[in-house]
Ligand binder design. Structure first.
Ligand code: HEC
Ligand code: HEC
Length: 262
């Protein structure tokens, strides 16, 4: 489909349902569905079966990195945190969380990258680097089956509120807000895909289209590019604030990381 045709199609879709967008309560009900719910049976089976889920390759690398010494002091994550299956249980479910040192909310990938620099004095883990995604996938796996539990930390309130505002703000040449697709039109078809409700329960994911694992930040940047908006750089505060809002929208839903997406 050409860009213009795609844009026209999106606008028609949104115009037809713009009234729905004004009803804010719908995603908070028990009817919330994770992104996996609208996937094809094959992709769902791939996510369910660890032997078939390509993201488990990142998990395996993350597990190896967990015990590998890095930095001048030669310390591994495991030297301070012990067995990740115990110490990292629930950590992904409560991220993004407030980081004392940077006085900002950080998502799980940033939290891991910060630990590596501050506590291992090792080289930085760039966003979307194999190592950062591998460690994030390994840590996220330890929250599988747990409920998304955003911290009730008042220092996060302003950021969460900003994330909520961003979610409802029209952006880009297509002049669309996240909410217009993900609240008002979730479940409908758009081009070749079904619009999901945008819950962050499966991240990091393996995306077939990327032929790679990727973070929630990458996914959000993709949606921003899709409406021809200016795309913030990785680790930009806007992306973390949006992730905070998504976590509170998804509070109580079950973490099913690492997910697979088409
Ligand atoms: C024009 C409609 C549209 C807009 C606007 C849009 N998205 Fe999306 N989004 C999609 C579609 C479609 C997908 C499914 C992925 C695909 O196949 O492209 C998706 C996927 C997602 C996912 C992944 C959900 C999962 O289950 O893995 C998240 C999270 C998300 N979007 C968040 C956002 C945010 C935040 C914004 C605003 C900055 C936004 N989207 C704007 C259409 C949209
Ligand atoms: C020298 C000790 C040390 C090492 C090595 C270390 N960490 Fe940490 N980590 C900490 C401390 C202390 C905290 C508490 C927050 C802080 O002060 O940064 C923490 C916090 C965390 C958190 C947040 C936990 C929570 O409950 O929210 C994660 C995730 C984490 N570390 C992951 C890692 C990973 C992954 C590695 C290896 C790449 C690693 N850490 C290496 C000391 C360490």
């Amino acid at each position: 489909m050409s860009r213009v045709a795609a844009g026209a199609r999106v606008l028609a879709l949104v115009a037809a349902t713009v009234v729905l967008a004004a009803s804010p309560a719908c995603v908070q009900s028990d009817a919330r569905r994770p992104g996996s719910a609208t996937m094809s049976p094959q992709t769902r089976a791939m996510q369910r079966d660890d032997a078939q889920n390509p993201a488990m390759l990142w998990v395996a690398d993350g597990e190896a990195l967990w015990s590998r010494a890095a930095g001048p002091a030669g310390r591994a994550c495991a030297d301070c945190h012990g067995d990740a299956r115990a110490s990292m249980r629930g950590v992904a479910a409560r991220h993004p969380a407030y980081d004392e040192a940077s006085r900002r909310p950080v998502d799980l990938g940033q939290r891991i990258a910060a630990c590596r620099q501050r506590h291992q004095q090792a080289g930085p883990l760039a966003p979307e680097s194999h190592e950062r995604l591998a460690l994030e996938a390994y840590v996220a796996l330890q929250s599988r089956g747990m409920a998304v539990a955003p911290p009730a930390d008042p220092r996060l309130d302003a950021h969460r509120e900003r994330g909520r505002a961003l979610f409802h703000q029209r952006i880009g040449q297509l002049d669309l807000a996240c909410a217009q697709c993900h609240d008002a039109n979730a479940g409908k078809r758009l081009g070749g895909s079904t619009i999901p409700e945008a819950h962050p329960t499966g991240y990091p994911i393996y995306r077939l289209e990327w032929q790679s694992a990727g973070s929630l930040q990458r996914r959000l940047r993709g949606c921003m590019g899709g409406v021809r908006a200016e795309v913030p750089p990785y680790d930009a505060p806007d992306l973390v604030d949006l992730a905070l809002h998504l976590a509170s929208r998804a509070a109580g839903m079950i973490v099913d990381a690492p997910g697979v997406r088409p």
